[in-house]
Design a protein around this ligand. Structure first.
Ligand SMILES: Nc1ncnc2c1ncn2[C@@H]1O[C@H](COP(=O)(O)OP(=O)(O)O)[C@@H](O)[C@H]1O
Ligand SMILES: [Mg+2]
Length: 235
């Protein structure tokens, strides 16, 4: 739950009073043009950026200040541009996602579960992550995010720069993570069409403010949205 969130970078007001709610078990999407403030919003939720004012509650409690405590409370962030540790192995990247988990046995269990889910990673556990394709790196970034077993997964532009078939696989994966693992997902995307088709509820962010919100299907058929974000005003 985000209430009246304001974030500035010096004189640049990136978020100007954002309110939003993410129901547990749902996929909520934020769409908006480049520079609208989408990444700033996710970075604020995961503790990378500090808010100027406003309140965020997560699982009924105020959001902790420190990023590591936010992860402990059950939120994981898969950042824009994947940000995998390219000089490290796939295995090391996965383990990094569970740095807050002290129980080694549990970490190994989760790692094995990731290898079972992503065979492409299992085949290359000791390979440098930077040698993976863009799509594989995105899968690794998501798998790393899942290693802390979050209740809420923040995904920033997971489909950016990927080929159409890979984009499709990424969106299918997001749906599976929600359907099979019961995770809640906050998805930021420039691919508005796919994001709206997938999500339960969506917010449209423009210049740091929410200008429109509604169910995904509803926004998908909204003429103004079609014109501004879907590259067509026909039905
Ligand atoms: N580290 C930063 N320092 C200064 N301005 C920034 C920084 N990061 C983002 N901004 C500005 O904040 C606004 C929102 O950016 P961002 O959250 O990255 O948008 P989006 O993810 O929607 O493209 C933009 O005007 C951008 O130039
Ligand atoms: Mg961004």
């Amino acid at each position: 739950m985000v209430e009246d969130l304001h974030v500035s970078y010096g004189p640049v007001q990136a978020l100007r009073g954002v309110n939003l709610k993410v129901e547990e078990g749902s996929i909520v999407s934020i769409i908006g043009a480049n520079g609208a403030g989408k990444t700033t919003l996710l970075n604020t939720l995961s503790g990378i950026v500090k808010a100027k004012s406003g309140s965020v509650t997560f699982r009924g409690k105020p959001l902790p200040e420190k990023a590591c405590n936010i992860i402990r409370q059950g939120m994981a962030h898969v950042p824009e541009g994947r940000k995998i540790f390219s000089g490290f192995s796939i295995e090391e990247n996965l383990l990094a996602g569970a740095y807050i988990v002290a129980d080694k046995h549990l970490v190994e269990q989760r790692r094995d579960a990731m290898y079972a889910r992503f065979p492409i990673l299992a085949e290359r556990t000791h390979q440098q992550a930077g040698t993976l394709s863009g799509g594989e790196q995105q899968m690794l970034a998501i798998a790393r995010g899942l290693m802390s077993d979050p209740g809420l997964l923040l995904l920033d532009e997971p489909s950016l720069g990927l080929a159409p078939l890979v984009v499709k696989a990424v969106f299918e994966l997001i749906r599976e993570i929600r359907d099979q693992q019961g995770k809640t997902i906050l998805l930021v995307e420039q691919n508005a069409k796919k994001a709206l088709a997938l999500c339960d509820y969506a917010y449209v962010l423009e210049n740091g403010a929410i200008v429109l919100q509604g169910q995904g299907a509803e926004l998908l058929s909204n003429p103004a949205i079609r014109k501004a974000y879907l590259g067509s005003d026909d039905v």
